[in-house]
Design a protein. Structure first.
Length: 502
């Protein structure tokens, strides 16, 4: 009841005309910036941080929250329409969203993503209000073996369900892990795969890899095939979700937050793992498995809902523990410190108006995001009417601008082109792109957690399975690996028994 009373007071703060204005400005700016490939929510908040020096803290953080959610939806927009993720959390949206757009259902994919963000954000924020102290206390107990087990599950699950064969999925994963090795070893400082280049010492940014594999690879693939056939504008289709679409997605919208929120609250978590796992879950549970990879709307709705709920989860550990679990949370933590405020267990007591005003503004921001972007979905989808040569020329331009904006180094453009050529080769030989991107995102963190777990156990492999949580995850991994091998013989046996009974 204390939390609910505080939340009501927070709505009194968030619904003032000035704070409503900052929330709307944040949502609009976030969506606009999120549409540009390579400029995700973290960079948007960082770029606008100096602008807020003159604002009072509550208004500034309400605007930051709007930018966060707006940029997430903006990243999904380009991911769906142009196969160009604006940030790593929007990578999964491209798998089903882009085939939907190519089939003339871009508006439906965008609507499913918008409602997914709304439902995930709403459910995630409600859980933030109710469960923040509990989730934070559980998150503290998760150690290096548990993190490594979760990442292994993400690797195995995605390579098992994507692509025409497991071998190709594994090959894609190995390509990504190799790219993730580039740079300095985090523990020893030794250079790996840098070829003596100082520019590669910091590694290759995830955004450059994602944009290169998806956008540049796709553009080169389309250019190679335009010689054989003339490019035609993609039809937009009808603008709203039908009964069948809603019937297929409502469960996905509700399942996504159950996966996304806990992962967002885990220190060193984020939206990448839950969106991948949500996609795998939706494919396993769907009655339309044959449509996955060709434009299954559940594959957009579930992961987008999980991503939005994960964003709410990141605020749990940031506000209650002072631990930023994503780049955006780290920038927001810097903003708190800029105002002389230290997030932690005492924040709710020392700054109740700020905290509950911020949490209430998340609800307001979600409504604004849905109200502004749902009617705009058909308008966004009309981007696809542009003839393909001009459309992909624009994609290449914005991809180059986004890659250059990441580090401000000309060598990033060369790296972008090289990775784009790798993406083209992967399409040529039927390798799924997503496992490679997952490996680049999670590979360095998985390596660090693996080495940390082995250090704690003095090099003993038993240190990787010394907690109930890690053992449970490895059992799930084993089931994921074994079940496809066992399923066909089991199915044949059941069919024979039925025929024998007849």
């Amino acid at each position: 009841m204390d939390s609910l009373n505080s939340l009501i007071d927070g709505f009194g703060t968030a619904l003032t005309p000035v704070n409503l204005l900052w929330a709307a400005v944040g949502v609009l700016l976030g969506t606009a910036i999120g549409v540009l490939p390579g400029i995700g929510p973290a960079m948007a908040v960082a770029l606008l941080l100096p602008v807020t020096y003159g604002l009072e803290p509550t208004g500034a953080f309400i605007m930051f929250a709007g930018i966060y959610y707006g940029a997430m939806f903006g990243g999904s927009t380009t991911s769906i329409l142009l196969n160009t993720p604006g940030e790593s959390a929007a990578v999964v949206a491209a798998i089903e969203g882009n085939p939907m757009a190519k089939a003339g259902r871009g508006a439906q994919a965008l609507a499913a993503a918008a409602i997914g963000h709304f439902s995930g954000g709403m459910i995630g924020t409600i859980l933030l209000v109710l469960l923040a102290p509990t989730v934070a206390s559980l998150a503290v107990d998760i150690g290096a073996p548990d993190y490594f087990a979760i990442m292994v599950l993400a690797f195995i699950a995605v390579t098992s369900v994507l692509g025409s064969s497991r071998i190709r999925g594994l090959a894609s994963l190995l390509i990504g892990l190799t790219i993730g090795l580039v740079g300095l070893d985090q523990m020893t400082g030794q250079q790996r795969l840098t070829f003596g280049s100082l520019q590669l010492a910091d590694g290759i940014d995830v955004v450059i890899v994602a944009v290169g594999l998806f956008a540049i690879g796709e553009a080169l693939w389309v250019a190679a095939h335009l010689r054989r056939s003339t490019g035609k504008p993609i039809p937009v289709g009808r603008p709203w979700l039908g009964k069948e679409d809603v019937g297929r997605t409502w469960k996905s919208w509700l399942r996504g937050p159950l996966i996304g929120f806990p992962f967002g609250a885990i220190p060193a978590g984020g939206a990448e793992i839950p969106t991948f796992l949500s996609y795998v879950t939706e494919k396993r549970l769907s009655k339309h498995r044959d449509q996955f990879g060709k434009g299954a709307i559940e594959g957009v709705a579930g992961p987008e809902s999980a991503a939005s709920a994960s964003a709410a989860g990141t605020l749990v550990s940031m506000l209650t523990l002072g631990l930023p679990t994503t780049a955006v949370a780290a920038v927001m933590l810097a903003a708190f410190q800029q105002y002389g405020i230290q997030p932690g267990p005492l924040l709710f007591e020392r700054e109740p108006d700020l905290v509950w005003g911020l949490i209430a503004s998340l609800f307001v921001g979600m409504v604004l995001l849905l109200a502004l972007n749902l009617p705009l979905a058909p308008l966004w989808a009309k981007l696809l009417r542009i003839p393909r040569p001009y459309l992909y020329a624009g994609i290449l331009f914005f991809a180059a601008v986004g890659a250059y904006a990441v580090g401000g180094e000309a060598v990033d453009l060369v790296i972008l082109l090289v990775i784009g050529l790798i993406g083209f080769g992967m399409r040529r030989y039927g390798l799924p792109v997503l496992p490679a991107v997952i490996a680049v995102i999670l590979g360095p963190a998985a390596e660090q957690q693996l080495r940390r777990a082995l250090q704690i156990s003095d090099g003993s492999a038993t240190g990787l399975v010394n907690t109930p949580f890690s053992v449970t995850v490895y059992v799930i991994v084993l089931l994921v690996l074994v079940w496809p091998l066992v399923r066909k013989p089991v199915t044949r046996l059941l069919v024979r028994r039925r025929e024998a009974r007849k």
